[in-house]
Design a protein around this ligand. Structure first.
Ligand SMILES: [Zn+2]
Ligand SMILES: [Zn+2]
Length: 248
């Protein structure tokens, strides 16, 4: 008889006192779990608490992910302007919704929602960076002008969240191959990458082009005509790609 896998609720009880004893490292523990019916499907929502810095991260969970292999996982960094206000300056909300819809259809997967606005620079600095972009800088130049670089911290948090959920290996939903290396450096087993395709709009064209050309993201050129050809992918089945249909 195989030993039954624990549920997230059982992990919550088992890890109530969890705390990593690395003073410089990140630590999170499962703080609460509840059912979450949404506009896009029915999920469990998991609240993570970080004993080291008090931050609260979240996971949206579909299906029995605990001790599972090859779980589709999306890392999403909080974006107040995009996720909540529907900003067209970035593609965060579309990426998030496309990923949630795909996880719902797939019946298994996790969205890690990392509370690190503007890739860790904070809301105030993100808006300052927008001001600089209005003066002609691109998104990377603007962040550098404010003294920031790409933050590695979110990968350590994400890796710990996956370990807390006892997920054995993941298929990363991302267009950014460097995320895979980064997660692997934190001990996550990544078996595959699932591209997330969303259509550009006139406001985020330059932002997406910068991500493609300067950050190594695998995205179609923004001169792309909107047809959903399969982009470069290690995912074997193109029909599995979570792409946003604009033809409906
Ligand atoms: Zn820990
Ligand atoms: Zn955004």
């Amino acid at each position: 008889m195989p030993i039954p896998k624990p549920t997230v609720e059982e992990l919550l009880r088992a890890s109530a006192d969890h705390e990593c004893h690395d003073p410089d490292g990140v630590c999170v523990r499962i703080a609460a779990v509840a059912e979450l019916p949404t506009r896009l499907g029915d999920f469990q929502v998991v609240a993570f608490h970080s004993p080291s810095d008090g931050k609260e991260h979240a996971a949206l969970v579909k299906g029995d992910v605990v001790r599972q292999e090859n779980v589709p996982v999306r890392l999403h960094s909080e974006c107040l302007t995009g996720d909540v206000f529907g900003s067209l300056r970035c593609d965060c909300r579309e990426q998030l919704e496309t990923s949630i819809r795909w996880v719902e259809r797939n019946g298994l997967g996790v969205i890690l929602y990392l509370r690190q606005e503007g890739r860790g620079i904070g809301f105030e600095n993100k808006i300052k960076a927008y001001q600089l972009q209005e003066q002609g800088l691109d998104t990377i130049q603007a962040n550098e002008a404010l003294g920031f670089r790409a933050d590695e911290r979110d990968y350590a948090v994400a890796a710990h969240m996956l370990a807390s959920l006892e997920i054995r290996s993941i298929r990363l939903m991302s267009n950014n191959p460097s995320k895979i290396d980064n997660l692997r450096s934190h001990g996550v087993i990544v078996t595959d990458r699932i591209p997330v395709v969303v259509a550009p709009n006139p406001h985020n064209r330059r932002y997406l082009e910068t991500k493609r050309l300067r950050s190594g993201h695998i995205l179609p050129s923004t001169r792309w005509d909107g047809s959903h050809e399969q982009i470069d992918s290690v995912s074997p089945a193109s029909s599995e790609s979570p792409s946003e249909s604009r033809t409906a």
